[in-house]
Design a protein around this ligand. Structure first.
Ligand SMILES: [Fe+2]
Length: 345
């Protein structure tokens, strides 16, 4: 699919890209009037449990973002390496400090805000007998992101339990982040989603993105089983369809696939870090990647480019299976990465 993993010249070039510091608070008033919006989409950065550092593809990805200068970056989860109850609070805090050092702060310094969704390794919502199994991880994630909440550009709404679920309204964009850090998206959260997607801040011409870590259906080998996708996805998908959501973005399956399923447009992001996985029906692993989405509100068009972080080449959809079929999961079809937002009325 991609060229050999050389890219050394480009890699050196990217490493030289320096973050341009902004005056304190400069990125809080997010404004891009009449110009296309570029959104960086990343996911699944974490290394092994407890790790406070990141692999080379994460470093390349951050450098690529600094070079490409998207207006914002959305991370679909798994920023740190938790989901292990033996990790101490000190270890959990150290992991988030590692994320701050290697990922969040360099982007913020360059004026690129990062909006997170929680992954199972960040703050799993899995419960046992009505209690969070990873309660301390959720506390640490909450503490870290609350500390950095004021770095999110103005437009945050429905953010009572930021960073777990919230909405953000920017120019021409309505983003809703849900807590899909385990397979359970509770009925309370589903009601919140329906209410939030109909919030008065959402404008008719806004691109509406919903982001959650686990996907609505199965994409990759080893992940086509209960616990790795949202449970009772059909009813949630019906709610998202009813609310005219334009694109549902997920991580966790470590394999890039622009999809149509359940009457929705989906995007499964590749992992930015380690652990590449094969798509169902594919014999090759989906390499580390990130996606750049350009949104033109003026002509209501979207263009997605996904870049291989080993070769720096653009990944091509014709190399992907045309359909993905897994027993017990919604059938998925490959879709185009250049598309027009449908007229809503
Ligand atoms: Fe995950």
């Amino acid at each position: 699919m991609a060229a050999a993993a050389s890219g050394s010249a480009l890699e050196v070039l990217l490493k030289k890209v320096a973050a341009q510091p902004l005056a304190s608070g400069q990125n809080r008033n997010f404004q891009t009037p009449n110009k296309p919006l570029r959104i960086g989409l990343i996911s699944d950065l974490n290394s092994s449990y407890g790790s406070t550092s990141y692999g080379p593809t994460v470093e390349r990805g951050v450098n690529l973002l600094l070079q490409q200068k998207p207006d914002l970056v959305i991370c679909a989860g798994d920023m740190v390496a938790g989901q292990k109850t033996s990790l101490t609070d000190r270890q959990l805090a150290a992991m988030w400090e590692g994320f701050e050092t290697f990922v969040r702060r360099p982007l913020e310094t360059a004026g690129i805000p990062l909006l997170p969704a929680m992954g199972n390794h960040d703050a799993s919502s899995q419960q046992s007998q009505g209690r969070w199994i990873y309660a301390r991880e959720r506390q640490q994630a909450s503490r870290f992101w609350s500390k950095h909440q004021d770095a999110v550009p103005s437009g945050l709404t429905e953010a009572d339990i930021f960073p777990f679920q919230y909405a953000w309204h920017g120019p021409g964009l309505f983003l809703v982040v849900m807590d899909a850090s385990s397979s359970t998206v509770s009925s309370a959260q589903r009601q919140w989603l329906t209410r939030t997607l109909n919030a008065p801040q959402r404008q008719q011409d806004d691109l509406c993105l919903v982001v959650g870590h686990l996907p609505l259906t199965a994409f990759s080998q080893g992940r086509a089983r209960a616990g790795e996708c949202i449970h009772d996805a059909a009813s949630l998908a019906a709610e998202l369809r009813q609310a005219d959501v334009d694109l549902v973005i997920s991580g966790h399956h470590h394999a890039w696939y622009p999809a149509e399923a359940l009457g929705l447009r989906l995007l499964s992001l590749g992992a930015m870090g380690s652990g590449p996985r094969r798509l169902l029906g594919s014999s090759s692993a989906s390499p580390a990647s990130l996606t750049l989405l350009d949104w033109s509100a003026a002509d209501q068009s979207i263009s997605e480019r996904t870049l291989n972080l080993n070769s720096f080449s653009e990944m091509q959809t014709d190399q992907l299976p045309t359909t993905i079929v897994a027993p017990g999961f919604a059938e998925t079809r490959r879709r185009h990465t250049q598309w027009q937002r449908p007229q809503r009325g």
